[in-house]
Design a protein. Structure first.
Length: 355
């Protein structure tokens, strides 16, 4: 309805800059229609290139994100630079640039930008999240945990604090630390007993820590009950993902892959995470060719995603291509060259490697 209303407004007032920006944002953030969104942002920019109405800088920022999630990194960076030119003194454009670097696997640059801004006290709280994600992507999990805790401490609202707690809970699940994971879930539920992200993560924990499909299914049903309210924010990716993981645990791989595919395709910003989960399921089901295509597509967004590189190693090993497997193994180990001791994904990978 928001799209239709904004389209109608623009039919009546085609020069309404705010309507162009808002429509582009809705199409990009909630619909994943990046191509259309970019056109509306471009129109907003053309109507007021000098930012006289104070909206063109936002248009450049949103356009940068739409370009980034379209896999057009260089163009995204150009848009963010335009955003910076029109926002003198603001830390937000550098935050966007650092976030783009993190998303695309340029972790060293993301960390440099974030740390310099934090040291110069020219930053917003979101820098800590970028810092945490970048550190974790390099296997520096203790530094990542510190950054996420700083993010939670600096976050101005409960919604942002919950986002940081989700990051920490995922980190501790990755590390197999049940007590630390449970502490984050408790914090989330104390703020919102109907937190869908907490239920989703709890369902995954029931599978990965306890191998309890019954408990995981109970969390899935709680999610469905909460999301039956039309006023609740749509969390389809989490629901479909958890259902897919339950089906995998039950040995129903065909149905599971359908659910995981739906999760990946319905996610607007976390499609790399859900796509990676789908690829891992395809590998487990022996569908190497399909998994390779999925991984190759995601690696176009981020060629330094260690988990994808590890999956490609497994895929090429399944195909008895030792040279290809070694190539991806070397790339994965290079990304994790500065990993802190005790990083479970790396330790597990090395212990299972056949090369």
């Amino acid at each position: 309805m928001a799209v239709r209303n904004l389209e109608s407004l623009l039919e009546e007032t085609p020069g309404d800059i705010r309507a162009h920006v808002n429509l582009g944002y809705v199409l990009s953030r909630y619909k994943g229609d990046y191509a259309r969104a970019i056109k509306y942002f471009e129109k907003a920019v053309s109507l007021d290139p000098g930012n006289g109405h104070g909206l063109t800088n936002a248009a450049w920022n949103h356009m940068g994100n739409a370009l980034l999630y379209s896999g057009r990194f260089d163009e995204a960076m150009e848009a963010f630079e335009k955003y910076r030119e029109l926002s003198p003194g603001s830390p937000d454009p550098v935050n966007s640039i650092a976030g783009a670097c993190c998303f695309s696997g340029r972790y060293d640059e993301a960390i440099r930008l974030a740390e310099e801004s934090i040291a110069g006290n020219n930053h917003n709280f979101k820098y800590f999240e970028i810092l945490g994600r970048s550190y974790l992507a390099r296997g520096q999990w203790r530094k990542a945990a510190d950054a996420f805790n700083n993010y939670i401490g600096a976050a101005p609202s409960q919604g942002y604090k919950t986002a940081g707690q989700v990051c920490l809970a995922q980190l501790y699940m990755l590390q197999g630390d049940r007590a630390a994971f449970d502490a984050q879930i408790s914090n989330m539920l104390s703020a919102d007993p109907n937190s869908i992200k907490a239920m989703w993560l709890s369902g995954l924990a029931a599978l990965r820590f306890d191998n309890d499909t019954g408990l995981a299914t109970a969390f899935l049903e709680k999610i469905r009950a909460v999301t039956s309210d039309p006023l609740v924010y749509d969390e389809t990716p989490c629901e479909r993902h958890l259902n897919g993981e339950i089906l995998i645990a039950m040995g129903r791989h065909g149905e599971a892959i359908e659910e995981l595919c739906a999760a990946a395709e319905s996610s607007r910003r976390e499609f790399c995470y859900f796509g990676r989960e789908l690829a891992a399921a395809l590998v487990s089901a022996g569908r190497a060719d399909e998994a390779e295509k999925r991984c190759a597509k995601l690696l176009q967004y981020n060629g330094n995603d260690y988990a994808l590189l590890m999956l490609m190693d497994r895929i090429y090993s399944m195909k008895n291509d030792a040279a290809g497997a070694r190539l991806y193994r070397d790339r994965a180990l290079a990304v994790l060259g500065k990993a802190e001791p005790g990083f479970v994904p790396l330790d597990s990978y090395i212990s299972k490697s056949t090369l």
